[in-house]
Design a binder for this molecule. Structure first.
Ligand code: NBP
Length: 475
């Protein structure tokens, strides 16, 4: 037994994570992959890593010091279950199995319960940052037991990204908490990307600027409060020219967005928790809409507005779009943190929202200075009921809301779709409203289904006898 940590699954994510682990002082890494070719290739390409290769689960278990700790990086779903089963066969009570793949959190809850019965610890850990993050420092969101964290914590801390001197890893909560938070991270990522895409589209169609010119706008934005990895790479993508045609690459790429399902999980979970993550939902649906060419062809002849869109003052319009983007982004993050809070309450996890925002400052796809502001808001008020009502964000929304409205009006008038901008604004106005038409909905529900209603002026539950004399009864 020579290795203190093992990795199972050596495709791009696992191989990079294994190399990251091996590069840190004190780690010796055992590696195993279903097909031995991948293991051999990794060993041959990276002799400097000092990997301990294994070609069977028995050999893998024998190469690890106790408590044995293994990180699984295989395809999510059945492959993960098969790998867990195989490890459980060769591991002993007290050992630790970590699933670092993108598992859906109910699967993690189920797996943790099953594995726990054997005395082995199971940790579902969300790992964000893609290939590059896995190699150089991801943001890591582990769940699992305190006992497992005691061994695993120092190892994960050694490979995590670092933001302002702090490692981007924290023990999120028990069983599925880590994968839940990673899921919401991805949902927020969908919203962030959609908002940026809408901003680009509005500027392009509103001002006629070229992608390269809009790249300059994003590069400029990246020096201000919007500074983030996603804004930075947006400028890079917009500046890229297709070698074959000489056209901007963004004009050559088919406009149908793919998805691996984590956005849909975030929305499905939010629906069952009753949390309105409308920004994330619109972003997920916008990808679906783009990927229905037959429906888009069928709708192509439907009429749009007579007016075409040309802002009188280009500079002012671009600044309006920037403010609308920032305001909508605040809403999307506020909704995402709301989902985490609701999930924690539902599944009995004690999740520190400030810690979540701190570990997202580096290593992950949504990394941004902005997350430091969120951390400050939760540090000042850990029980904050609504992120966007924290003083810093409330102030930003109050400064940006006029621009936000102008942009949504302009987009609507010109027939330019801006689903995430406009739904975020509706969410903002919905929460702000003194009275909502929900009262009418309660009236309708009482009419057709005797679902009852409460009154503003006295306690109790009431029903109107709609099909009789329409008098009110107190129930
Ligand atoms: P893949 O998701 O492409 O999976 C390939 C790996 O799974 C290979 O090692 C393969 O072994 C193994 N595997 C399969 Br497929 N079926 C197996 C089985 N029945 N038993 C054992 N091993 C099996 O790899 P990836 O793209 O490196 O992703 C790994 C995990 O990380 C996934 O859960 C993914 O969702 C997640 N991920 C996260 C990010 C991120 O940004 N956080 C990015 C990409 C992926 P083989 O070599 O023998 O076929």
């Amino acid at each position: 037994a020579a290795a203190n940590i093992g990795v199972v699954g050596l495709a791009v994510m696992g191989a990079n994570l294994a190399r990251n682990l091996a590069s840190r002082e004190g780690n010796t890494v055992a590696v195993l992959n279903r097909s031995p070719e991948r293991t051999d290739a990794l060993i041959a390409e990276h002799p400097e890593a000092g990997f301990v290769p294994a070609y069977s689960y028995e050999e893998f278990a024998a190469s690890l010091t106790r408590p044995r700790t293994a990180i699984i990086m295989v395809q999510a779903g059945a492959a993960t279950d098969a790998t867990i089963d195989a490890l459980v066969e060769v591991f002993e009570p007290g050992d630790i199995i970590v699933d670092g793949g993108n598992a859906f959190f109910p699967d993690t809850i189920r797996r943790e319960r099953t594995v726990r019965e054997t005395g082995i610890n199971f940790v579902g850990a969300g790992i964000s940052g893609g290939e590059e993050g896995a190699l150089n420092g991801p943001s890591i969101m582990p769940g699992g037991s305190d006992e497992a964290w005691a061994t695993l914590g120092p190892i994960l801390t050694s490979i995590a990204a670092v933001a302002d001197g702090e490692p981007c890893v924290a023990h999120i909560g028990h069983d599925g908490a880590g994968h839940f938070v990673k899921m919401v991270h991805n949902g927020i990522e969908y919203a962030d990307m959609q908002l940026i895409a809408e901003a680009y589209d509005l500027i392009r169609r509103g001002t006629g600027k070229s992608p390269a010119e809009i790249a300059d706008v994003f590069a400029e934005w990246n020096r201000g409060e919007l500074e983030s990895y996603l804004i930075e790479i947006t400028a890079e993508v917009l500046r890229q020219v297709d070698a074959e045609t000489g056209r901007p690459l963004v004009d050559v790429i088919l406009d149908q967005a793919g998805a691996k399902g984590t956005g849909a999980w975030t929305v499905q979970t939010a629906l069952s928790l009753g949390v309105p993550v409308s920004g994330i939902a619109e972003a997920t649906f916008a990808r679906s809409l783009s990927s229905h060419p037959e429906q888009r062809a069928a709708a192509a002849e439907l009429p749009g507005p007579a007016e075409t869109f040309a802002p009188l003052d280009e500079t002012a319009f671009i600044e309006d779009v920037r403010q609308a983007l920032y305001a909508s982004k605040i809403v999307a993050y506020s909704q995402g943190f709301d989902e985490i809070r609701a999930g924690a309450a539902e599944y009995d996890w004690s999740i520190d929202l400030g810690a979540v925002s701190r570990i997202w400052r580096a290593g992950c796809i949504i990394r941004a200075q902005f997350l430091g502001r969120i951390a400050e808001a939760y540090t000042e008020q850990p029980e904050l009921p609504l992120l966007m009502s924290a003083p810093y964000f409330a102030d930003a929304l109050s400064r940006g809301q006029a621009a936000w409205r102008r942009v949504v009006i302009a987009a609507t008038a010109a027939g330019i779709p801006a689903p995430a901008f406009s739904s975020s604004l509706s969410y903002y106005d919905g929460l702000r409203a003194e009275r909502l038409p929900a009262a009418l909905i309660q009236g309708q529900r009482d009419f057709f289904g005797a679902h009852t209603y409460r009154r503003v002026d006295r306690p109790g539950t009431f029903h109107t006898l709609w099909s009789a004399d329409r008098s009110e009864v107190r129930l």
